[in-house]
Design a protein around this ligand. Structure first.
Ligand code: TYD
Ligand code: MG
Length: 452
């Protein structure tokens, strides 16, 4: 009889149960338990005595020299650069460009006479070389190591003593003390814990690539996310060239920042002026159902185009479809439009889309969505030189928004001439741009369609 003990781990949330269950009691997922070996508890007799508690004031602050990744967009998402000894998880769909991004970072850092170890469990050195040629990377300080065994990786890190390590990907790595297959929850958890120890002990920064499950979470997600210092997601539409790097957790900075990149023939390029990028051909069109909204992504304003299409329902129940904005928010705005403006949207299908695959989840875009819907419903184009800002209340009032000055400055820079804004105190100086204040939805409607 085997002496190894087995149990069942939920592959979504890492929940453990000694017997198989159909439904995870942790996350509620169906059929997610997989049998894995349970690692025997380590002998905890050996306690590390070198470290003792110290008063906080005696702890020297490592006013740490963050290391630049060579890309301002990436640095900003990280909070200024890579902190030595940090473990950073980069998640994203397959083929989105995770390996490309990290190879570029590895290339930049190694060109600065710093050693970088790129561990690949997925691609052969020749494949990586091909990509590196395309990206124009050839440095003697960049080491490529095709390996899936974590002990071997640890050995090489001790030998090479790199400044940065890239592990691509965590799901291919295994640690021989753990009997489960690579990619299982125990392996992922075990390997991440080892890498964390290594990062802290040797003060080496480690980037770990993590694959995303079909539900959109990093496989073995919760177990991994709270172990690492920084969690980043790399997102984008596969058929479009731009990509967004988003922070989900960051022990060294804000998680509200995003970085915008464009995938080109020679790797990922930073997009320095994203608003202009997203609005590329906006002013050449004079059609109903589109409006520009200055939103805020972290500390940075971003102008996006919201499109709506309203048409009569051909089936019994009207359809409401959204991409890039919350479905329920659109349902609410539709109801407010019906009630407060008398637009009979009840027997119309409504589709709302944010151009370029951007996701907006702040209420300051409400008025923009309402204007786009109204414009499409009435088949009346809005002024292409006008932007719209405001949160919508259920009574049809328009509420103040945060950081109005930043939004307006961005709109001014991009050549907008008018902007509908909420009635709020401390309206900024605008110069060229004309501000039109609206207290209610009906006011905004008059301003937008009747030019009052
Ligand atoms: P990759 O980094 O391999 O994705 P991931 O590691 O997230 O799975 O990116 C692969 C895609 O990027 C592939 O479809 C080709 C494209 N690509 C370019 O368009 N230009 C380039 O210079 C490179 C290197 C890749
Ligand atoms: Mg890859």
């Amino acid at each position: 009889m085997s002496t190894k003990k087995t149990g069942y781990y939920c592959q979504e949330c890492g929940h453990f149960t000694p017997r198989w269950l159909g439904r995870c009691t942790g996350c509620g997922g169906w059929n997610t338990y997989v049998e894995e070996y349970v690692a025997p508890a380590r002998n905890r007799q050996v306690i590390e005595h070198q470290v003792t508690p110290r008063p906080l004031i005696e702890v020297t602050s490592l006013d740490c020299e963050r290391r630049s990744t060579g890309m301002a967009e990436f640095n900003r998402v990280l909070g200024g650069g890579v902190v030595p000894g940090s473990l950073i998880l980069l998640g994203g769909d397959p083929g989105i460009g995770k390996s490309t991004l990290l190879l570029q970072v590895a290339g930049t850092i190694s060109s600065d006479r710093q050693r970088v170890l790129y561990v690949s469990g997925e691609e052969s050195p020749h494949q990586i070389k091909l990509r590196a040629d395309r990206l124009g990377i050839s440095n003697s300080d960049l080491y490529i190591y095709p390996q899936t065994n974590l002990e071997a990786v640890e050995e090489q890190i001790a030998k090479i003593n790199p400044m940065l390590v890239v592990v691509d990907s965590i799901q291919t790595m295994y640690f021989s003390d753990i009997a489960s297959a690579p990619g299982s929850v125990s392996q992922v958890r075990g390997c991440t814990a080892r890498l964390m120890q290594l990062a802290k002990k040797q003060s080496v920064s480690i980037f770990v690539v993590g694959h995303v499950t079909k539900e959109g979470a990093i496989a073995g997600p919760r177990v991994m996310e709270h172990m690492v210092d920084v969690v980043l997601y790399f997102e984008g539409e596969r058929h479009q060239t731009f990509r967004i790097l988003r922070g989900v957790k960051n022990r060294f900075g804000s998680i509200n920042e995003i970085g915008i990149f464009e995938m080109s023939n020679c790797g990922l390029q930073e997009v320095a002026n994203p608003s202009a990028f997203f609005l590329m051909d906006h002013v050449y069109r004079n059609v109903a159902g589109t409006v520009v909204v200055p939103t805020l992504e972290g500390t940075r304003p971003l102008l996006v185009e919201i499109q709506a299409l309203v048409c009569p329902t051909s089936f019994g129940t009207p359809r409401r479809m959204t991409a890039g904005v919350d479905h329920n928010r659109v349902a609410l705005i539709t109801a407010v439009l019906e009630k407060r403006l008398g637009l009979m949207l009840g027997n119309c299908d409504a589709y709302v889309n944010v151009v370029g695959g951007v996701r907006i989840d702040e209420p300051a875009a409400d008025l923009g969505i309402a204007m786009a819907l109204a414009s499409s419903f009435r088949e009346r184009p809005l002024d292409v030189h006008m932007a719209v800002i405001g949160e919508l209340g259920l009574t049809g009032e328009i509420r103040p928004v945060t950081a109005l000055d930043k939004r307006i400055r961005e709109a001014t820079q991009l050549g907008f001439e008018r902007c509908i804004v909420p009635r709020q105190k401390g309206l900024p100086e605008t110069g060229e741009l004309e501000l039109k204040q609206a207290a209610t939805l009906a006011d905004a409607f008059d301003l937008a369609f009747l030019g009052k």
